[in-house]
Design a protein around this ligand. Structure first.
Ligand code: PMP
Length: 383
């Protein structure tokens, strides 16, 4: 199997697995317990927190462990709205945020919060003039993702953080697809809140973190005494140990050759298939992601054929699959439904090899040429 769906989730690194195993067996203490087992668990949480802080250039106290980025996004957004106690009642975000953000914003809108979604252009880039115009003295929070999970397009989050700051608003970024792929030194950043997720970094699912600027006291999502009263709930010690190990691997996570591999895949496909087009290809992108429109070809049918041939890719994002709706990200880029449904995402990881890219390219080209011979309006296969 050639796994090119690393933006959906990644395999657990062997080093991460090894760091977690003791907590499945003898090291089952509760970090809040005074007994030796508890103290051992507490030390593991402390060590992981330190490793993550070192890797991201943050102070250990600025990290809150969460169950993942969905929780991190909720804690940041509802926390920021609560922080202003009704003094500021607007949230500004991009139209291409992850569903965990967009659906929360819809719910907040029902509760009377004003939501402004800023559009992107045909290249998937944020309209900075509209963003600038949208932020006002009513804005509690600007929440814009760092790198888009479907196209890989990178937004200028430091610049946006400055715009928010100038108007007294907080700035949050969903950095799920950026951590480990773009450099971050939190102590030099203007970002107030940043959420990330373990399972995109070769750590397990169900663990992540929220970086919270020192001195910023937001109302918590879960009340309780853990995480300095900022996130109640017994710590997921095993997963936290895994996340700590994954953080120490981050520097080597994306070898310099990764972008060459991604570019080689794109070159093979666009050279052989004149109808193929890279969505967001003219914008700055993270090095591992490629979103390709195979004009005139049914994306679901192509995805299925690829899977049968051992190449795993995806259509849209895993979090909203199941429906037959075109991707909200590609639609926001002005793509017609037909074109959006002809687009597949390929996302590489540090485990992707040059041989795999050669084989995957040949498999994709063979499947695409086969499907191109068939009429476009074939029955949609559900994968
Ligand atoms: N934001 C982005 C950009 C994502 O890609 C994902 C995962 N698909 C999430 C948030 C949600 O993360 P988690 O699965 O950890 O809740």
């Amino acid at each position: 199997m050639i796994y090119l769906d690393n933006n959906a989730t990644t395999r657990i690194a062997p080093e991460v697995r090894a760091a977690m195993l003791p907590f499945l067996d003898e090291a089952y203490g509760n970090p809040s317990s005074q007994n030796a087992l508890g103290q051992h668990a507490k030390a593991a949480v402390l060590a992981a927190r330190q490793a993550i802080a070192t890797s991201l250039g943050a102070s250990p106290a600025e990290i809150i462990f969460t169950s993942g980025a969905t929780e991190g996004n909720h804690a940041a957004i509802t926390g920021a709205v609560g922080y202003f106690r009704g003094q500021r009642r607007q949230v500004v975000a991009s139209a291409v945020e992850h569903p965990s953000t967009l659906k929360l914003l819809q719910a907040l809108q029902q509760q009377g919060i004003e939501i402004t979604l800023v559009p992107v252009d045909e290249h998937g880039m944020l309209d900075m003039a509209m963003l600038d115009a949208a932020i006002s003295h009513e804005t509690a929070l600007v929440s814009v993702m760092w790198a888009n999970n479907e196209t890989g397009v990178v937004f200028p989050v430091e610049e946006i953080a400055q715009l928010a700051k100038q108007r007294g608003a907080l700035f949050h970024t969903d950095a799920v697809q950026a951590i480990g792929r773009l450099p971050l030194t939190w102590r030099h950043s203007a970002i107030d809140l940043l959420s990330f997720s373990g399972h995109k970094l070769h750590a397990p699912k169900g663990i992540g973190g929220l970086l919270l600027r020192k001195g910023l006291n937001l109302p918590p999502l879960f009340h309780g005494s853990q995480e300095r009263n900022r996130r109640g709930g017994t710590e997921n010690v095993m997963a936290i140990a895994g996340l700590g190990a994954a953080a120490t691997l981050l520097d080597s996570a994306h070898p310099p050759g990764l972008q060459q591999l991604r570019d080689r895949l794109e070159r093979h496909i666009t050279t052989a298939l004149p109808g193929a087009r890279i969505n967001g290809g003219l914008s700055p992108r993270i090095a591992n992601t490629s979103n390709i429109e195979f004009a005139g070809i049914n994306g679901e049918a192509l995805l299925l054929q690829l899977e049968r041939a051992g190449v795993i890719a995806s259509i849209g994002s895993a979090c909203q699959s199941g429906g037959n709706r075109p991707s909200h990200v590609l639609s926001a880029m002005g793509m017609a439904d037909e074109a959006a449904k002809s687009s597949l995402r390929f996302s590489l990881s540090r485990y992707t090899s040059a041989d795999e890219i050669e084989l995957a390219s040949a498999t994709i080209l063979a499947a695409a040429s086969r499907l191109a011979q068939q009429p476009v309006a074939q029955p949609v296969l559900s994968a």
